[in-house]
Design a protein around this ligand. Structure first.
Ligand SMILES: Cc1ncc(COP(=O)(O)O)c(C=O)c1O
Length: 360
């Protein structure tokens, strides 16, 4: 049975959004990580060219999109997968939310994820009737059987990158305990001070993808959040299992979106340009936040600055909202975030400049 779902936390931010909106020069919304820059032309053309798609798409996706995904992983991240082991998903959030259910995790099982984390790992455990368990120390789990462990590097919300030794330890632990490691790598292309590495990289997994899944998304890399375009790859046996259930459940990516995904994965130029835009926005905000009394922690990759000025997160949210800047309170991501705020760099250059002016 599904355990109670948490309250939708964003409702608590509404009064602060109203406050920020009352700023004479308008709100600068840095609270959500939704892309604001245009969808690249190469991707829009591919979508348009595939618009005459009267037939059902396949759940496994076209050969073209699976080859494009495997090619991108190899070219950009040094990971070799057989295209047959790539499975397109309808954005990555649905996979995160349904993976425990799709893997047959259920009552009495613990789904493990980081103490500070994207809330959907918790939701996915509950949807499966399993127990969500937030911890950064796997050894605290003792000898119990754990079917599924999530890692997320670069992290939402902290922008922390897990290095090769850390990921290798997680993989070794999981293999000893028979757990699947699901690695949410949706920000992997956004390395700034540090370069993220995939759980499927041979230095991490020793060349075997047994028990491992890597989840990738086009939402941030290619501004495709509105298209719902992502994929999962890794252990061939696990991918086959996911494919089988997803076929029965009708979890398939629309054909024009598959064509758009293939074009996006085949082109690195737009992704490099987009990363440069985010780099400039981070560089504009970071020193001004520091001068205004914030310390930035982790945040070496991804789309967020994880910041604290030592007060409670809601006091920080209010202070910034009074200046028309909306950010997310750290406690949305776990108790350990109660003195932090998450500041997204997903706003236009014009809005980032407005925020910079207000912080000065
Ligand atoms: C860590 C993490 N995983 C997954 C997602 C879902 O992204 P999408 O469903 O757009 O692929 C997000 C979205 O912000 C995220 O932060």
């Amino acid at each position: 049975m599904v355990s109670a779902l948490p309250d939708f936390p964003w409702d608590r931010l509404v009064p602060y959004k109203k406050l920020a909106e009352s700023h004479p020069d308008g709100i600068v919304d840095l609270s959500v990580g939704t892309p604001v820059d245009p969808v690249p032309d190469v991707v829009r053309k591919a979508l348009a060219n595939a618009s005459n798609s009267p037939g059902y798409p396949t759940t496994h996706g076209t050969d073209t999109v699976r080859r494009a995904a495997a090619g991108w992983l190899h070219r950009q991240h040094g990971v070799a997968v057989d295209p047959v082991d790539v499975l397109p998903t309808i954005g990555s959030k649905e996979l995160v939310a349904w993976l425990p259910t799709l893997l047959g995790v259920g009552s009495g099982d613990r789904v493990v994820f980081p103490e500070l984390a994207y809330p959907t790992y918790d939701v996915g455990a509950r949807l499966a009737g399993a127990s969500p368990y937030a911890t950064d120390g796997l050894v605290s789990l003792g000898p119990e059987r754990v079917p599924l462990v999530w890692v997320n590097s670069p992290s939402n919300p902290t922008g922390r990158v897990l290095g090769v030794p850390h990921l290798r330890k997680v993989v070794d632990w999981a293999r000893e305990h028979g757990a699947v490691v699901a690695s949410d790598e949706c920000y992997i292309g956004l390395g700034f001070e540090e370069q993220p590495v995939s759980v499927l990289h041979p230095e991490v997994c020793g060349g075997s993808h047994d028990g491992l899944l890597a989840v990738h998304s086009l939402s941030k890399r290619s501004n495709l959040a509105g298209y719902r375009a992502a994929f999962v790859t890794g252990d061939p046996a696990l991918i086959r299992r996911l494919l089988e259930v997803r076929k029965h459940a009708g979890m398939m990516v629309p054909a024009p979106v598959q064509a758009a995904m293939a074009a996006a994965l085949g082109d690195d130029e737009h992704a490099d340009r987009q990363r440069d835009l985010y780099a400039a926005r981070r560089a504009a905000l970071r020193p001004l936040l520091e001068a205004a009394g914030w310390t930035i922690e982790h945040s070496t990759a991804g789309l967020y600055l994880w910041a604290t000025n030592g007060t409670g997160c809601w006091d920080q949210v209010r202070w910034l909202a009074e200046r028309g800047i909306l950010v997310a309170p750290g406690d949305f991501y776990g108790e350990a975030g109660k003195n932090h705020v998450r500041i997204g760099v997903t706003a236009t250059d014009e809005r980032i400049a407005a925020a910079a002016g207000r912080l000065q």
